[in-house]
Design a protein around this ligand. Structure first.
Ligand code: TZP
Ligand code: MG
Length: 215
């Protein structure tokens, strides 16, 4: 069975933050550099569903060949059509119990911003939760205030399913995020906005491994 959430670096694809590079090119570079999970996060306002489908087919192939878990954001239809490993949903997206009926054993992730939301996600059958924004971020519009590092300790102590930390995470604060209990760490702009994606991921992996080894 596919792991419900891999430890390591969880990357997200959104072309508008990728310095003019295509999602396919960035996906290949991220997979080559060793991300353990890759999420496709485009909105229909940016691309047609047909374009999104074509990209997801290609990224499914890239991730399958590399043994990387592939998650589609928001769109259960796309996730099913390309046989993704999982679907990621926000608080305003599809409700989890009916979604589970639709996607069967597929991994379901849910973004959460409070312990109440996290507990609710567990009750409704999420496989993992997103926790954040840990720090202030400009990447997601309308997101709540930063939840902070101490909040990660509460999640680690109170929530029984795996979680991924997200929001404003960069090389300079990654060590703190890992020290506060995150085993899976997601970064959008730090990775896809980097000039050299491979070197950036390798640097992040070194921080992740060095910090984990000292815990
Ligand atoms: N959910 C909470 S914060 C966030 C999302 C999708 C954006 C994270 O982006 P970045 O660039 O890593 O701060
Ligand atoms: Mg969403």
């Amino acid at each position: 069975m596919t792991a419900r959430l891999n430890p390591g670096i969880y990357g997200i694809l959104t072309e508008k933050f990728s310095r003019g590079r295509s999602n396919i090119q960035v996906a290949q570079e991220m997979v080559n550099a060793g991300v353990t999970t890759l999420q496709y996060r485009e909105k229909p306002a940016s691309k047609s569903m047909g374009e999104m489908y074509k990209e997801c087919v290609a990224i499914r192939q890239i991730t399958r060949d590399a043994g990387v878990t592939f998650i589609v954001n928001d769109h259960a239809d796309l996730a099913l059509m390309v046989e993704a490993d999982g679907i990621h949903t926000g608080q305003d997206d599809l409700p989890l119990r009916p979604l589970r009926k639709l996607v069967g054993d597929m991994i379901i992730g849910r973004s959460t911003h409070s312990l109440d939301q996290a507990r609710q996600a567990v009750l409704e059958g999420a496989d993992y939760i997103g926790v954040g924004p840990i720090f202030t971020t400009q990447t997601k519009e309308g997101v709540c205030d930063a939840v902070g590092l101490a909040y990660l300790d509460h999640v680690a102590a109170n929530i029984a399913i795996p979680f991924v930390a997200i929001g404003g995470i960069k090389a300079h604060n990654l060590g703190q995020v890992v020290s506060h209990g995150a085993r899976t760490v997601c970064m959008i702009t730090e990775i896809i906005g980097a000039e050299d994606i491979k070197a950036t991921i390798q640097g992040l992996q070194t921080i992740y491994k060095d910090t984990s080894a000292k815990l």
